[in-house]
Every structure is written in C-alpha cells, then in structure tokens.
Design a protein. Sequence first.
Length: 470
Amino acid sequence: MFEAKTGIHLIDPSEISFGDEIGDGATAVVYKANYNRQCVAVKKFIGSCPMNLKKQMKNELDILSKIKHENIIKMFGYCDKRDSTFIVFEFMEGGSLFDLLMSEEKNINNCSLVKDICNGMDFLHSNSVLHLDLKSPNVLLNKTKSCAKITDFGIARISTLTTLNSTAAKTNRAKGSIRWMSPEVSKGMDGTRKSDVWAFGCILLEFITRQIPFASITDDAFFLILQNDKAELPIKPKIYSIIMASILCKCLERNPSNRPTFDQLSKLLEKSTTKDFEIDNSNKILKQDTINTISDLNKLIENIKISEEDRTKKIEEKANELAKQKEREKEIELKLKNEIAKLRMEQMEKNLEEERKRNEDLNKRVEKMNENLEKLRLNEISSQRQNEYMGSSTGFSNWSDSYGSNIFSPPINSFYQQSSIPSYNQTRSGRPTGEFFVSSGSRNGREIFQGPRGGLFIYTGTGNKSYIKK
C-alpha cells in the first residue's frame, strides 16, 4: 500500500517479523527483521512518538523517497501508528564504519570506502541535500565490507538554494556529534555543505589514526578549541601519505569557504590508492613525532610541495634539455641525409656523364670501324677486279667484255670490242711504270694506255697524259 501524497510504501506491523536488536539511540532502536521474505533493518521509535521525532521521521522519509544512489541507504517503507512507528531499511550485514575502524581488523578497503562516502555525499549535495550529521557511525557496510552507504537522515535538510559554497540548513542549535562537528556549527551557526566537508575530513582522520577524531583531548576541551579560531587542532596520526595529508588539511580548514566541494574531493581521491591509507612504517612519509597539530601538518605539506616543485622544475628542465638535444640530433640527422642524398645525386650525375662519354667513344669507334670496313670492302673489290684482270688468259679483252662495255663511252667501247691486241706492261728507263699498253687504236692515231688505277689515257705531243673520258 502506498501513501497517496508521498508515494512511500505503507507497511503494516503484521508484515514485519522482528528479530534481534542491532543498535540503539536516545530516540530509537534498530532491529534486524524479516519483511517480504528478505532481511531488513527496522528503525523503531521508542514509545509514543512525540512531535519533534515525527518531524525528524517525516524529514528522513521525504529525503529518502527522493534520493536513490548506490552509496545511500535504501528505504522500503514506513509505519506510523499510535503504538508502532518505524521505518524499514535495507539490511547492511557489515555493520557500521565506526565499528570497523575501531576494531583490530587490518585488511580494510580504505580507498574504496572513502571514495564511496565521497560519492554519496557528492550526490546528496548535487541534489541540494545537506546531511549535517555525517560521521562513521552513520556509514554502514555490506557483508564483505567493500561498499559503504550513508544513513540516518533525521536532521538532514533539503536546501532551497543551490550555491555550493554557502547553502545553509536552518537549525536552532548545533547538532550532530561533537567529534565530527565543524567550528561554525559549534558556534551556533547554520550548517552548510562545507560543514559536511569538515565531517568528511574527520572521517578521513579516523581512517588514518584508527581512533575517534582528536582522541587526545576531552569533548569539552575539543569544543573550546573549535570555538577559538586561533587554537590549534591536535592530531596524533600514525602515518600519512602526501595525498591524504593534503586532502585532510583542505577539509579541516577553519574558514568554510576554503574547504573543497565533494566534487573536487572526488577528483583528488582519484589519485589515491590503497597504499595512501596503509599504516606501514616502511612506507612512512609523515611521522607521528613531527606532527602534533593541523598547523604542523600544513607546514610540512608546504615544505614537501616546495621540494616537489623544485624536483618537478628540475625534471622539466631536464626534459627540455633532452627535447632540445633530440631536436639537434634530428637536425644533424636531416643534414646527414641531405648530404648523403646530395653525394648520391652527384655520383649519379658523374656516372651518367661517364656513361655518356663511354657511349660517345664507343659510337666513334663503331663509326671508325665502319669506315675502315667500308675501305677494306672497297679495296677488296678493287683488288678483286685487278686480280681478275691480271689473271685473265685473254688479257684486256676479257676485262673489257666484263667491265669495259659498261663504263666506256660508245666510241671507246666499239674500239675495245673490235680490238684483239693484248696489253703489256710499260717500262720506262728499265723500270715498270705500272701502266699498261692497251691498243694502238684510232684515238687520233695515238696509243691508249691504262694507268695503275684503271684510268685510260694517251700521251700528248708534249709528253703529258691526257685521260680519256668514259
């Protein structure tokens, strides 16, 4: 059955089978119970519920009916009868975070649980919900203690403003447990988003010290320190990592405006690992005997930041130097490549020029060889003709039959064809002249001779040769 106005499921007492008591407070007792065949937790208000408790219950119902998140406790419904007033929640078998941190358990999923709380609070603030009573007892764990869920929204408020820095929930007095209470709330001011951030910082301190926040002093002394802005907040950490120390100092800033938002904290926690929460002397960075107050911690963090900045600066300078060296190496490599390419091009051009010259020389030699071959061929032809003539039994008649009729003019051809006088070698002063007497034909009554090169001529009256045109 659902209530028409809120849409919240109404549960009849007969539907609940109550079991063992698992927790109690000033106004309510928490029981393990059975509802619809599943294990649940029932927060039952003691006696007849007065108006102020009914107002708290209604407030919690209104918020939980609107908020659904994996790190926020799930509500199944409620009952509001005269003799029975209770709210039914999902049952978290792992108990409270407070019990876990105060135990001797060594294997705690610190990093995962802290991130769960931060994510749940970030979701609440993004929906304008202020918890105002965030503390380790109000964080419950699943069976394996690997998942955390925020609970107890009795004094939570839905803000009508959306600013992340100063949204306040109107309260008449400081509420919430004093060990997780922010300085501004201890002074009677309204709780804000930044008050929840302070409480988250106190939970971080619990993770780190495995003690209640600021365990070295009494409640009264701590309350006075909260109200005195110049008083130092005492801490006795066993060990810190730089990341966790930095986050802790940001959350425990006295000035609320200097505290980060849960969105910013989520981003800071992304850098953290399980080792940042480990209590291990071999990994110790900040020692207990050097840290007594938040101011001590802040100073040490600043010194570490300066050292880190110097180291970062040196690393950057070295990186820049290496980058410049690489650039120089690239320039040298590029120059070498260009020089090699240039040399290769010059060598190629040189090789091409040598090849061209070799081809020219070869062409010249071929031309010369062809010329010589042609001369040899012509000489061979000439020698062949001469040998044919000299070796003939009929002398000039055969030569004239073979060649003369083709090369002499018709009168000479007729003359040679009619002549049968053999030729003979001419001598002069007892030596052969190389000339051959051919005929004493009718060339103006003069004798015709053949020269060594085959030319025909006659001797004139003056003793000169007169060649006969063919």
